[in-house]
Design a protein around this ligand. Structure first.
Ligand code: CP
Length: 309
């Protein structure tokens, strides 16, 4: 049986192209499973998974939990706001206490960059990074590429622009790595203040004119402005941001081509994207969410195969 080249899913940076191919092949099978009348397989009946969320989440948390349950794993959920972290417990102590309950896989969302890598060096469990601060969100990038492949037949050779708050976005960095690994061309577009200085080292195109960016691309992945990570003002007002970088029907009609619209969620309707675009036929936002379950089933299944009993 084919195996992943990594022991944890800590970031797309650590994956090879054949890992992504294997995850997509496995996800194809699980996508068929979750569309059956009985959406569950007994594959991971002897595996226990802890979902540790130290930051808010709707899609990722529910998607992982559903993926685990569809694979028949035992699941425990931990939310930092209701835990002893509030009493001063460290991350390693918290996780080791959870692992003492015989947990095999930890799904970790954490506000600190590198939290997953750190944990993988200190605890005896498989770690899946469900978002570490502004760094990486690997399963989001995998489901995004999988959704592009589903819609356009391939990722290779496609032109993808990532629009908005690139500076604070783990989705952007993981997408850049994943898309480039699969042979796509990548552009980022946003205000200068929201494009990180290290962007030139990533070999992506940079554009500040939204119309030019849309004229160039096949796919536009629209990001939310992450106000919760900003302690200074990066642009004068939301209204100005929307005028310069917001995606609306008039703008899309002025670009005479069919563009696939994506958004990782949560959406700020009327800020980075209007409702008419988010709910339009060219948007695949809910397909991304559906594919997230199949992709996460695939990642969990493949990592669980490495656990020797
Ligand atoms: N896309 C994403 O990570 O959404 P959540 O923050 O709701 O998990």
């Amino acid at each position: 049986m084919k195996q992943l080249s990594v022991n944890h899913l800590l970031g797309i940076k650590y994956l090879k192209k054949q890992d992504i191919d294997l995850i997509f092949e496995t996800a194809n099978h699980f996508k068929e499973v979750i569309n059956r009348p009985i959406k569950k397989v007994p594959s991971l009946r002897d595996i226990t998974i802890a979902n540790l969320f130290f930051e808010n989440s709707t899609r990722t948390k529910l998607s992982f939990e559903l993926a685990e349950k569809r694979l028949s794993a035992d699941v425990i959920n931990f939310s930092a706001s209701q835990s002893s972290v509030k009493k001063g417990e460290t991350l390693i102590d918290t996780v080791n206490n959870i692992l003492a309950m015989k947990v095999d896989i930890v799904v970790l969302r954490h506000p600190s960059v590198g939290a997953g890598v750190f944990l993988s060096k200190h605890v005896n469990a498989k770690i899946i990074n469900a978002g570490d601060g502004t760094h990486e969100h690997p399963t989001q990038a995998l489901l995004d590429s999988y959704s592009i492949q589903e819609k356009l037949g391939t990722v290779k050779g496609k032109k993808v622009v990532i629009i908005g708050d690139i500076l604070h976005s783990r989705v952007a960095l993981s997408n850049i790595y994943a898309l480039q690994l699969q042979g796509a061309e990548v552009m980022v577009c946003g205000p200068t203040t929201l494009i990180p200085k290290y962007i030139s080292s990533l070999h992506v195109k940079v554009e500040h004119n939204i119309k030019k960016a849309l004229q160039w691309c096949d796919v536009a992945n629209v990001l939310r402005v992450q106000h919760e990570r900003m302690n200074i003002k990066y642009f004068p007002s939301i209204r100005e941001y929307t005028q310069l970088f917001g995606i609306n029907n008039a703008l899309l009609e002025s670009v005479n081509k069919e563009i696939v619209i994506m958004h990782p969620g949560p959406i700020n309707r009327g800020v980075e994207i209007t409702s008419e675009v988010a709910d339009s036929k060219q948007a695949i936002i809910l397909d991304q969410v559906e594919n997230g379950v199949a992709i996460r089933m695939a990642v969990i299944y493949l990592l669980a195969q490495q656990i020797i009993r």
